[in-house]
Ligand binder design. Structure first.
Ligand SMILES: CC/C=C\CC(=O)SCCNC(=O)CCNC(=O)[C@H](O)C(C)(C)COP(=O)(O)OP(=O)(O)OC[C@H]1O[C@@H](n2cnc3c(N)ncnc32)[C@H](O)[C@@H]1OP(=O)(O)O
Length: 690
């Protein structure tokens, strides 16, 4: 909707009303068309101001409407009509003017903004382009180079930058509507031709040839054609889904019924981190950047000395990157666990070893004051086992950060059967304060992300046994859109991490027979043997690839690996076959997706959006494929089921390839869209179908 009011005197005020961000829904567009007409017809009105309700000008087109048919007046003629009005129209920009919101403002003759406002054309992040005249008006206003930067990056800019670029006519610290009203009163009666941006020539740099000039003349038509193509593309659908899944996960709920809107979070101002290895250091920085005072504890003197040098430098760098003059939080370093007695929350980040973590938790529960939240940064160990050794198991949750913890956006908040809603709410809110995408997940081995990674890694190893090379596997995955294939990623993370986990699980190590079947299922000893050869990845300069030296970054094919693979196949009587990239993708991705269905079935994630957000923000899943579960829907659930059945038939000793019951149920009811799975799963659970 849009509200019309006549201010004392001759100014008409049009207020966009569509909380929370006044997105340009069909009703808002209709409201704008009607109120602009009214202002035009009213002879007493000499000028018009357009603003937004509740301190937000406009967050752009209503993304929720993109999935359905276009209803109501279209945006482009609506903005053209505003530009053509013969009374001055000003946009009073408070909060945000993004996408269609900025395009609406560009159709106005003047733009006045509050100093705290953010402006931008983020359409590219949704797989679109500024298709309401933005790709045409902005270059005409600020030149091709600056406009291309904003359009192709989609970045949000401050009012100060927008003023400098020439997008705004005035910036104010005062009431922006009052300023805009005063502004239009002042300019009423002045000629408007030079303010109609779509009619102006484009200030092109001298090196742009006349061809481009001609292209700009046909720009509006071209913009429309391109937008139509983009609107119908799978990538745009995926990016828009990713926008919403990021927001859906904030509205968490647990199987117990506790949820974001019925569980109170505590506000944390003092925290401690135990263990100052790579993860611990990053967590200290992430906390300090939010203004929390941090006690950073490391019992090994050498590690403590190194960390107390490294952490302040990391903090300073990150604060600079975020344009913060001084890092807001205070950090104190200590080698004494007693020093955490006064904090409100502790994050344990010691070595991934259950007996060590149990020792730390026993100590913490005796040192900390009652009511302190105890969190573990474990990447997959049992949270409930840790809770069991404390005096208040309800105050124990997992906070699984991803390296580097001060940079990576994902946080898995792991609730055990005894974690209280307050503990979960506090960890989720703390994650949000740190700028993370926090996802509440259940307590199972590997939680959500690493649990799904296991069948993916497993398939990659089996593919090597059957004839693929690490490069072939990586290339197929990188072609799909991952920033790094599975073997390059493993080299980066360190091959010893998985090796240690497999040893703890009794899958490898002294006394374990070197066969290709272990614990009743197919097993590939290949990664163990690579580690046994002293090749632990980038840190040793050798892994699945070779590097310039220890710590080297550039992966090169290594003849050793090829000879090793040939010898391995010969030893086990395996005949190498040629494997197509399609098979690599199917085997790796569908096994991972299948585990995602198992996770939903086990209620370890509340919905497909949670899994997809975890994979997009923590595991490099290409955003333009939405996430593994969204991708499954796009490929077609029937197809995924059929291919899993096929691969499981060929490899019956690989349980991860056995299609999940949930996948079968979804196919049986006609493969409903991903947005409806959450409700479907809940219903199936009630009727005990899962
Ligand atoms: C013909 C094509 C022409 C134009 C194309 C476009 O305009 S595409 C849209 C371009 N606009 C954007 O990409 C802006 C997207 N929104 C944001 O970046 C942020 O939401 C914003 C506006 C900076 C506010 O951030 P904040 O952190 O304050 O809130 P949050 O992100 O949680 O959003 C609050 C709720 O608003 C919903 N929402 C936001 N923007 C839109 C939108 N454009 N359309 C529909 N809904 C939007 C968001 O989903 C949240 O909803 P909730 O139900 O509370 O989860």
């Amino acid at each position: 909707m849009a509200m019309y009011s006549r201010l004392p005197g001759s100014v008409a005020l049009i207020t966009l009303q569509n909380p929370p961000v006044n997105a340009l829904s069909a009703a808002v567009r209709q409201g704008i068309v009607d109120t602009v007409q009214r202002a035009l017809k009213d002879p007493k009105v000499t000028s018009v101001v357009i603003c937004g309700q509740n301190g937000k000008f406009c967050g752009g087109a209503d993304i929720r409407e993109f999935a359905g048919p276009m209803l109501g007046p279209p945006l482009v003629p609506m903005i053209h009509a505003i530009e053509a009005v013969d009374k001055p129209v000003a946009a009073a920009i408070e909060g945000v003017a993004l996408g269609g919101g900025l395009e609406l403002a560009l159709g106005c003759h003047y733009r006045i903004a509050h100093s705290k406002a953010l402006l931008g054309l983020p359409e590219v992040t949704l797989g679109l382009l500024p298709g309401a005249g933005g790709s045409q008006r902005l270059p005409r206003l600020i030149g091709l180079t600056a406009a291309l930067d904003l359009i192709t990056t989609g970045r949000h800019i401050s009012a100060a930058e927008a003023l400098k670029l020439g997008i705004l006519d005035q910036v104010t610290d005062n009431n922006v509507v009052d300023q805009a009203v005063e502004f239009v009163r002042r300019v009423a009666g002045q000629p408007l031709d030079s303010r109609r941006l779509s009619t102006l020539p484009c200030p092109c740099p001298p090196d742009v040839d006349s061809l481009l000039d001609k292209a700009m003349v046909k720009g509006m038509e071209k913009e429309r054609d391109l937008l139509t193509t983009l609107f119908n593309s799978g990538q745009a659908r995926a990016l828009q889904y990713a926008f919403f899944s990021q927001r859906v996960v904030g509205k968490w709920s647990l199987p117990s019924g506790a949820s974001w809107d019925n569980s109170a979070a505590r506000t944390i101002s003092k925290a401690a981190v135990i263990g100052l290895g790579t993860m611990g250091r990053g967590i200290v920085v992430a906390l300090a950047l939010t203004g929390i005072s941090v006690v950073a504890v490391e019992t090994q003197e050498k590690q403590l000395a190194e960390a107390s040098q490294a952490v302040p430098a990391m903090l300073q760098r990150e604060a600079g990157r975020r344009s913060l003059a001084t890092p807001p939080g205070v950090i104190s370093f200590s080698s004494n666990l007693q020093d955490v007695s006064e904090v409100e929350l502790v994050i344990e980040a010691v070595f991934e070893d259950m007996s060590l973590k149990l020792q730390v938790f026993r100590h913490l529960t005796s040192v900390c004051r009652p009511g302190t939240l105890l969190c573990s940064n474990t990447s997959g160990l049992d949270i409930d086992q840790l809770a069991a050794v404390t005096q208040s198991p309800g105050l124990v949750v997992g906070m699984h950060f991803f390296a580097p913890a001060h940079v990576m956006k994902l946080l898995e908040v792991v609730y055990g059967p005894r974690s209280s809603p307050e503990a979960v709410a506090t960890a989720m809110q703390l994650g949000k304060r740190m700028g993370k995408v926090s996802v509440a997940v259940g307590n199972c081995p590997g939680f959500v992300g690493n649990r799904m990674l296991k069948p993916y890694l497993e398939q990659a190893n089996f593919l090597l046994e059957e004839g693929a090379t690490p490069q072939q596997v990586d290339e197929a995955l990188e072609e799909f859109g991952f920033p790094m294939g599975v073997f390059r990623m493993s080299d980066l993370s360190g091959l010893d991490v998985g090796w240690r986990i497999r040893k703890e699980a009794g899958l490898t190590g002294p006394g374990v027979e070197s066969t290709r079947t272990r614990q009743g299922r197919r097993y590939s000893p290949l990664p163990d043997q690579v580690c046994e050869a002293g090749r632990l990845g980038q840190k040793t300069g050798r892994g699945w690839y070779q590097y310039d030296g220890p710590g080297g970054r550039v992966a090169r094919s290594d003849p050793w690996v090829h000879i090793f693979l040939e010898a391995y196949r010969a030893e086990h009587g395996l005949v190498a076959r040629s494997i197509a990239p399609e098979e690599i993708l199917e085997r790796c991705l569908y096994a991972l997706i299948n585990e995602g269905f198992n996770i939903l079935q086990d209620a370890m994630a509340a919905g497909p959006e949670d899994i997809d957000a975890i994979y997009v923000f923590g595991y490099g899943w290409p955003r333009h494929h939405g996430g593994p579960m969204f991708h499954a829907g796009q490929v077609g659930l029937g197809r995924i089921l059929e291919r899993l059945q096929h691969h499981h038939h060929n490899h019956p000793d690989v349980p991860h390839l056995k299609p999940s019951t949930l996948l079968r149920r979804l196919v049986a009811v006609g493969s409903p869209p991903v947005q409806t799975w959450r409700e479907f799963i809940n219903k199936e659970r009630v009727h005990s179908q899962l």
